[in-house]
Design a protein around this ligand. Structure first.
Ligand code: MN
Length: 370
């Protein structure tokens, strides 16, 4: 058996910079989500991963030792430079062989295992709300929407010492491991994550790309990173990133130039064009987005493009919600360009979220509670 990896990271739709980082250096894989003012989070996550990768290459100790040393280095840097005071990072790292995966974890990035179509979280979030759930003070559902759900009680680099959770999990052929930052898990439900993973079996890069896209579609309020490891049949030679499937080059025809060949080619072109157009049309009719029509937020069927002035969408529903009010919010920066939805229902949910945000912002301003 062998490991094949796919990875994607994205700034999201709200943040200015990407403070997430990752390592794909077989058999070492990791995701880190930095935090701190200005660019400090980026420094923390990169410094932590750089340190771990460097120590790993030297083969100096266990993964756990390396994580502790990375903690020392990030903590020291934060103390030396005022700009980086208080910075820290999450870390979910894995050393994967074909038989087992060794995990080291601090913070609220996560590792999941997909086996036989089921998703299981391998790590525990080191967050305030998770501790409250463990203590029976709130439910898991309450935790998901808790205003302080992002507060970490453990991170790398914020204290002189760090406790590292470690775990070993045996792997089977067909298993899939996902390492991800909270920018994925706060935007997309576990059911949705599992649906994407089950729809991309054998294609880890496709899985990572689609998970990031799903988080962006849901609003992308944070940086998003998804690293997918597939346990496949085969020689344990690689672990490298699977190449995105290249577009097959058309076969180069021989030198014979009989007329029937040209006729056959012309017929083929017409057939392919017709089939492609039909497929394209049905694809377009299956797309939805939320955009602006006559100053109102509207739901469109189709895609927000008009090649050669040829409109590929039409208004399905004018919601009556003033677009200007939504554009004043920070939460839906993509409205003017169109926010993609997977279905009409999802588009309606996006509009509902907009309405709520507009209401909230009005009541805040009205009550002077800012
Ligand atoms: Mn994050």
């Amino acid at each position: 058996m062998r490991i094949v990896a796919g990875v994607a990271t994205d700034v999201g739709r709200v943040r200015e910079g990407n403070e997430d980082a990752f390592i794909v250096e077989p058999p070492l894989y990791a995701v880190a989500d930095g935090m701190g003012g200005a660019r400090a989070g980026e420094v923390a996550s990169q410094l932590a991963l750089h340190t771990i990768a460097e120590l790993w290459r030297r083969g100096s100790g266990t993964l756990e030792d390396e994580v502790r040393e990375a903690n020392d280095i990030v903590f020291a840097r934060a103390g030396e430079d005022q700009r980086y005071a208080g910075m820290g990072t999450t870390l979910t790292a894995a050393v994967a062989s074909a038989e087992a995966i060794h995990l080291a974890h601090v913070g609220d990035s996560r590792a999941y295992l997909v086996r036989a179509g089921l998703l299981r979280q391998l790590t525990r979030d080191h967050t305030l709300v998770d501790r409250m759930v463990q203590a029976g003070e709130i439910t898991r559902d309450e935790a998901d929407v808790h205003p302080h759900r992002n507060v970490l009680i453990r991170a790398l680099g914020t204290e002189p010492r760090v406790d590292v959770d470690v775990d070993d999990i045996g792997l089977l052929e067909g298993d899939r491991v996902l390492l991800c930052s909270d920018g994925l898990t706060t935007m997309v439900t576990e059911d949705q994550i599992l649906a994407v993973l089950n729809a991309t079996v054998g294609k880890p890069q496709d899985a990572a790309d689609r998970l990031v896209r799903a988080a962006n579609r849901a609003g992308g309020i944070d940086n998003i990173t998804a690293l997918v490891l597939d346990v496949e049949e085969g020689e344990p030679d690689s672990g490298a990133i699977a190449a995105a499937s290249p577009v097959a080059a058309p076969p180069n025809g021989g030198g014979r130039r009989r007329a029937w060949r040209w006729i056959a080619a012309a017929v083929a072109v017409i057939l392919v064009t017709t089939v492609a157009y039909t497929a394209f049309r049905s694809y377009v009719d299956d797309q939805w987005y939320v955009g602006v029509s006559n100053g109102h937020v509207a739901i469109f069927q189709g895609i927000p493009a008009a090649p050669f002035g040829f409109e590929l969408s039409h208004v399905d529903l004018d919601t009556g919600l003033a677009a200007a009010e939504v554009e004043q919010l920070a939460t839906f920066p993509g409205l003017a360009d169109g926010i993609n939805a997977t279905s009409r229902e999802e588009a309606l949910q996006i509009v509902e979220a907009m309405r709520q945000d507009v209401e909230t912002s009005k009541s805040k301003h009205g009550g002077g509670a800012m």
